[in-house]
Design a protein around this ligand. Structure first.
Ligand code: ATP
Ligand code: MG
Length: 311
């Protein structure tokens, strides 16, 4: 397994600074969630790491080795799933994985063993002889990850592995990714925060080719914890919601109110005081509600907070 350090990485496309002095540290054995809005530079970074594009300047270290200086071919240690993987639809996954094994020059016996392992790992054993053309998107992505694992990489790069999938496909692929950290370091890009929140232990947020913040997921959730309350109104109070919203917005300890269906999401200065204010208001105006609870901010809240103002 490899740790990865990216130092002051720069890449220009014409006038566009795709990477503008990017710094990232990925610990060995972690599943690193690489987050950022469209055009932030995620794919560019992963392509440079995979050796498919060249940086204008900057350094990449695999472990303690500076790859730009050592001149070692890194491909043997890397697995890469591109944003839009392409397959030969007429092949079966067994044939396709065998073909990838040949590219990596694996001996026939070793290849067969690895193909069987990967069909098992990707949950495609049952479909081993079917044509890829008939596969669902989730199956394709799992096959894409399987092919990236063929050479036992110590670093696996996954570019938006779940973004185009429906909830069922997403679950299958995320479950596969969750099980990979024991064999390699994983860097996975995404703009679906719930997915990153589920499988990644470390998160790096980038915008406009620069790192905004990087931290252990839990530290990030704690550090940017904005206290919030959620009120679930009772059925009978639905018609009172607009009026109640106006009053809630005026309460001193409440900084913002959003409505989702029958629920109010309240950003607050102080949980205790705001709870008291809400209760007093409800009592005073005879409004009933089903639930009043303190909620944790999601990675989504933090992401919007960190990237929103910089867009
Ligand atoms: N081959 C290229 N030619 C010209 N501009 C490019 C090229 N590749 C990337 N860019 C530009 O570099 C910036 C970063 O793009 P990149 O694809 O790395 O972003 P991303 O974070 O992967 O975005 P997305 O979430 O949309 O996949 C964008 O402004 C993009 O237009
Ligand atoms: Mg991209």
């Amino acid at each position: 397994m490899n740790s990865v350090k990216i130092e002051d990485l720069r890449k220009k496309y014409g006038n566009v600074n795709a990477l503008d002095g990017l710094n990232i540290q990925v610990d060995s054995g972690s599943v690193f969630g690489f987050l950022g809005p469209n055009g932030a530079g995620k794919t560019t970074t992963l392509r440079i790491l995979a050796g498919l594009a060249q940086a204008d300047s900057g350094s990449i270290f695999f472990g303690s080795e500076n790859t730009s200086k050592s001149g070692t071919d890194q491909k043997a240690r890397l697995g890469y799933l591109p944003e839009e993987p392409a397959f030969y639809g007429w092949m079966s996954p067994r044939e396709y994985l065998d073909y990838v094994g040949k590219i990596f020059k694996l001996e026939a016996k070793e290849r067969q063993l690895r193909v069987d392992q990967l069909l098992e790992k990707s949950g495609l054993k049952e479909a081993a002889k079917r044509r890829i053309a008939g596969f669902s998107r989730g199956m394709r992505q799992r096959l894409g990850i399987a092919q990236a694992l063929m050479n036992h990489p110590s670093l696996l790069l996954l570019d938006e592995p779940v973004s185009a999938l429906d909830p069922a496909g997403r679950k299958e692929v995320l479950e596969m990714i969750e099980g990979l950290s024991s064999e390699c370091t994983v860097i996975m890009s995404s703009h679906i925060l719930a997915d990153v929140e589920r499988v990644c232990d470390t998160v790096g947020i980038i915008n406009k080719g620069k790192l905004i913040t990087q931290a252990k997921k839990q530290d990030l959730l704690d550090r940017y914890a904005i206290p919030a309350l959620e009120i679930t109104t009772s059925n009978g109070s639905a018609s009172l919601m607009p009026e109640w919203k106006l009053r809630l917005e005026k309460l001193p300890a409440i900084t913002g109110v959003t409505v989702e269906g029958y629920r109010f999401h309240l950003a607050v200065k102080d949980v205790h005081t705001s709870q008291q204010e809400v209760m007093q208001d409800a009592l005073h105006h005879n409004v009933t509600f089903e639930k009043l609870e303190v909620v944790k901010p999601s990675l989504e809240d933090i992401f919007m907070q960190l990237t929103g103002s910089l867009k």
